[in-house]
Write a protein that binds this ligand. Structure first.
Ligand code: SF4
Length: 363
């Protein structure tokens, strides 16, 4: 089948610790701790929990001198590259650089003016340290707000281009760019307009203040999904209220649903309808649980009836269509075997394990 996924936007590589953002590298999933960064033990523990959850970079808030001076101690004890998140006080950025973090996130709109921004950029350049230039709708320059009447996607892009130009003037190119807003339409428009420019700095995607876990996941999927399909984005963060570990599976599911980074089976099920004659939810739960550790990037379809099912899932690599008392195993929409009801899940899981073994043998 012809791929409907657009080519990925060309971007330069930015190396953060042992992870590379941009180029043809996998889209990186990152998150941010909610611990007090001055509490080294708690912050290390949360970074390690994030690593266990599959997160690939951890950002921590630098709220004062004590937090800035805790960064080295944290970085020495965690597995993930450490990003210092700086707002308002440029001196905290300078301390973070001295502390040897892996990346600094700066918002040029609230760092205290161009002179201080340039000083941070020069220190980053001299230290060979990457950063994120994070433009935010909440801290756009006043002339852009006065021009448009309120924050806009045009304003976000123009602001980012100004700051990028400053970085280039200082001979500093080792940075990622973000253009964030809590509005999904503004976020999408800003990234699309930025992607249409000649600038090749990698892009960090995110929707700020997305919300509680349920609505935040939906808002993030709405904001990030279309951009990822368009080939825009080199690293993502899903912002959810509460435990940051909850963000990680949502981020990987968005990457999976958009086809941008598939590191486990995509299990899809029909919604069921009046034709159904089995407990489909139970079957789907069992398949999900038994494939929980699989790394095979395949689409697995579980359908509620034998007549319509396979046709409805032609894009699936493998699946079962279940009827009363028996089911059919199919591959790419073609029936391959009839199964008793009690052997359906075993047969499906076995086939997928065989596919995984075959892939391992050839890689
Ligand atoms: Fe209904 Fe069958 Fe379609 Fe499921 S596959 S929604 S049971 S027609």
């Amino acid at each position: 089948m012809k791929s409907e996924i657009a080519f990925r936007r060309t971007s330069r590589e930015v190396k953060v610790g042992d992870v590379t953002i941009g180029g043809t590298h996998p889209i990186v999933v990152q998150s941010m701790t909610i611990t007090d960064t001055r509490d080294v033990e708690a912050t290390v523990a949360e970074c390690e929990r994030l690593a266990d959850a599959g997160c690939e970079m951890a950002r921590v808030a630098v709220v004062d001198d004590a937090a800035a001076n805790s960064l080295r101690a944290i970085n020495e004890r965690i597995r993930l590259p450490l990003i210092a998140d700086i707002h308002f006080n440029f001196k905290h950025a300078l301390t973070a650089i001295e502390q040897g973090v892996d990346k600094v996130r700066i918002n040029p709109g609230n760092i205290g003016g161009e002179k201080k921004f340039r000083e941070v950029i020069r220190r980053l350049r001299d230290a060979g340290m990457p950063s994120r230039i994070g433009v935010n709708a909440g801290s756009l320059e006043m002339d852009l707000i006065e021009r448009d009447g309120f924050p806009t996607s045009d304003g976000l892009v123009e602001s980012a281009m100004r700051h990028i130009e400053t970085c280039y003037e200082e001979d500093y190119r080792d940075f990622v760019v973000s253009l964030k807003s809590s509005s999904v339409p503004m976020t999408i428009n800003a990234y699309r307009k930025f992607a249409a420019t000649d600038c090749d700095q990698p892009l960090h995607l995110g929707v700020t203040e997305a919300g509680d876990p349920q609505y935040g996941a939906i808002k993030s999927a709405a904001g990030l999904g279309g951009l990822l399909v368009d080939g825009i984005g080199d690293t993502i963060r899903v912002s959810l209220l509460g435990d940051p570990c909850l963000e990680i599976p949502v981020a990987f599911d968005i990457l999976k649903a958009t086809g941008r980074r598939v590191i486990s089976p995509e299990i899809v099920a029909c919604p069921s309808c009046g034709r159904i004659e089995i407990d489909l939810e139970k079957i789907v739960d069992e398949v999900k649980e038994r494939l929980g550790r699989s790394k095979l990037p395949v689409i697995v379809s579980v359908l509620g009836c034998i007549v319509n099912g396979p046709g409805e899932a032609r894009e699936a690599d493998i699946g079962i269509a279940a009827g009363r008392g028996y089911g059919m195993l199919f591959k790419k929409g073609v029936m391959v075997r009839k199964l008793e009801e009690n052997e359906m899940v075993d047969a499906l899981v076995h086939e997928i394990e065989q596919m995984e073994k075959a892939l391992e043998a050839t890689s």
